[in-house]
Design a protein around this ligand. Structure first.
Ligand SMILES: C[S@@+](CC[C@H](N)C(=O)[O-])C[C@H]1O[C@@H](n2cnc3c(N)ncnc32)[C@H](O)[C@@H]1O
Length: 336
């Protein structure tokens, strides 16, 4: 079945799991909601989809989203489109793992643990902290503003800097990994620069908060934006399928930055661009006496500038470049 699904997929979208190469190159495709009609009508898909009961007016397609267990593209049943309404009304299934995924809540849950009843897993503090409803609520209401004291230039300037790095991939699909309450996902979607924006986070409450903010702005609500719950170490996309990955102020929160960057590198197509920002553990201007104190257990995932470059290089990324201001670093690297 996996082979059937893949060959269906490849014959439809030879280079890209969801869209043709031409499609991605046509930067004029800065449309809103329902342009994603790269769909196999139910009648033509029955050969591989015999056990899906297909109702009238429903479509079945292989999707941009992949199974977080086996990375095979998911089969989607429901209205096409990379927008909140269409995704909410769609069901997703991995034929290989016989596992279904849906938007029971406001987001599409594509974690390995989606739908499990008897299993819970506690992640490290950098992940668990942001799952709290309180932190999710205050995040854009004061918490994020504090970052400026450590050198972060602020959302408008950080967005401008990221957009500069992303120029070569305009018109493509952008995944905003660890989007939080969607501070940047919303800006990317509103800019109309990308064919689609996927706001992705592990925190259910951050995604709910993001949905609330989106609902307050009609122009974002009607844009091509999806809300996806996923773990950065298990990204629900096929290898080589994504044009741009953004991860603002996130690397220091990840359980394993190396697994995360490896995953990001895996999902990016050749020429794809990764832009990340984080707090540095210390910079060259940090006094040498203070540096050892910044090596403690709590600072484990706060990397140095050299470590970040090393990590990107060891995950197969090149053209590394960065901007630093006090503890703030924004870096960019490209998939060769
Ligand atoms: C400091 S916030 C950054 C939010 C936003 N990108 C920004 O620039 O303000 C860090 C985010 O990383 C997310 N995160 C932590 N662990 C994660 C994981 N394992 N997978 C995905 N996201 C994770 C948290 O839920 C949180 O929303």
């Amino acid at each position: 079945m996996a082979i059937a699904s893949r060959s269906l997929h490849e014959s439809l979208f030879p280079k890209y799991p969801c869209f043709s190469h031409d499609f991605r190159r046509r930067h004029s495709l800065r449309f809103s909601s329902p342009p994603f009609r790269f769909t196999v009508r139910a009648s033509s898909a029955v050969a591989v989809e015999t056990d899906l009961s297909i109702q009238k007016n429903q479509t079945v397609e292989t999707d941009l989203f992949s199974c977080p267990v086996c990375y095979e593209p998911l089969i989607r049943k429901g209205p096409p489109g990379l927008n909140l309404a269409a995704i909410y009304r769609s069901g997703f299934k991995c034929k290989q793992c016989n596992k279904s995924y849906s938007s029971k809540n406001v987001y599409l849950d594509l974690t390995v643990t989606a739908g499990l009843r008897n299993y819970t897993e506690v992640k490290p503090v950098g992940t668990e902290l942001f799952r709290s409803p309180f932190v999710s609520f205050v995040y854009e209401r004061g918490w994020r503003q504090n970052f400026n004291r450590r050198g972060f230039p602020g959302p408008d300037e950080e967005f401008r800097m990221a957009q500069e790095y992303f120029k070569p991939v305009e018109g493509g699909i952008l995944v905003d990994v660890s989007c939080g309450s969607g501070l940047f996902s919303r800006k990317f979607a509103k800019s109309g620069t990308y064919a689609g924006v996927i706001a992705l986070d592990f925190s259910e409450n951050m995604l709910r908060q993001c949905n609330d903010f989106i609902n307050q702005d009609a122009s974002i609500l009607s844009s091509n934006i999806a809300l996806v719950r996923a773990d950065v170490s298990r990204l629900p996309f096929s290898s080589g399928s994504i044009d741009a990955v953004h991860a603002g102020a996130a690397l220091h929160c990840w359980p394993s930055p190396s697994n995360a960057v490896a995953e990001i590198s895996r999902i990016m197509r050749s020429g794809g661009i990764f832009v990340g920002s984080t707090f540095l553990r210390y910079t060259s201007s940090t006094h040498r006496i203070i540096q050892p104190f910044r090596e403690g257990v709590l600072q484990n995932n706060f990397l140095t500038e050299e470590e970040i470059e090393d990590l990107c290089t060891s995950c197969g990324l090149s053209n590394y470049t960065r901007k630093i201001q006090q503890s703030f670093i924004m870096f960019s690297a490209q998939k060769p």
